[in-house]
Design a binder for this molecule. Sequence first.
Ligand SMILES: Nc1ncnc2c1ncn2[C@@H]1O[C@H](COP(=O)(O)OP(=O)(O)O)[C@@H](O)[C@H]1O
Ligand SMILES: Cc1ncc(COP(=O)(O)O)c(N)n1
Length: 279
Amino acid sequence: MANTRETPPIVLAFSASDPSGGAGLQADILTLSSMGCHPLSVVTAITVQDTLGVEDVMAMEAEWVADQARCVLEDMPVGVFKVGLIGSVENVAAIAEVVADYPDIPLILDPVLASGRGDELAGDDILTALLEMLIPQTTLLTPNSMEARRIAQLDDDDGDAEPDLAECARRIIEMGCEFVLITGTHENTPQVVNTLYGESGVLRSDSWQRLPGSYHGSGCTLASAIAASIAQGLDIPEAVKEAQEFTWQALKAGFHPGMGQYIPDRLFWAHEEKDATGT
Ligand SMILES: Nc1ncnc2c1ncn2[C@@H]1O[C@H](COP(=O)(O)OP(=O)(O)O)[C@@H](O)[C@H]1O
Ligand SMILES: Cc1ncc(COP(=O)(O)O)c(N)n1
């Protein structure tokens, strides 16, 4: 008898491999699968990293990035694009050209500029390319507060006052993306406050209990969880809420397999069910 299972929503992730299994394409595959989507993975780069930090990045040739994407796009109906670490200016151009041919597919862009430890993952050349070619095609950008200041070019203000994140969001939206979710993990606040902005200003702001420790791949998990929620039919504010909840639960269930950061457990619900039933 033929298998009649309905095809799950499909998300195409452009991201780089992380051999530690915590971030990048491994985080995307785990998150998207855990949230009921089928992940397509277009490899943009290979990294040498562990839970302590990133040692090296080798970008894939841009033609290979475009070919991987076009091949699967011609075969399967993609619901959402998610972009993480890109690796080179040429790869930004290749991705921008591919997604321009699919203007109806929402694009979630996680601007991976630095690792949790602060290793630079995108230089100013890649940032400029993002601003020119990809941010204008982005539905939702998910910077942390440091990335937001760098993208908005408000990080080197010589005034005393901390640049206002709302002003960063306003500038980023002026650059052409529709929505910005700025995460507040790196702010000196008792709770983590994440704020979603649209053209009209703040659309929602959510506070989360600050968990102890630092988590490898938390940003990748959040962006993929948003992509999955949109692919499942939620609108942007609802998808952002659902994805933050998923990410917080995954972080709370995180484990410490090595010498550095914790790794989120993106299959926390399956492990909870297993614990509850004792199977
Ligand atoms: N220590 C923490 N406690 C609670 N939530 C956290 C913590 N670290 C990260 N998060 C959550 O994980 C998500 C992604 O975090 P973020 O800091 O943006 O990641 P990155 O800096 O890796 O891009 C956000 O929703 C944020 O609220
Ligand atoms: C391949 C790859 N992609 C992304 C990140 C950022 O991870 P985080 O979500 O912790 O900022 C990373 N360290 N490695």
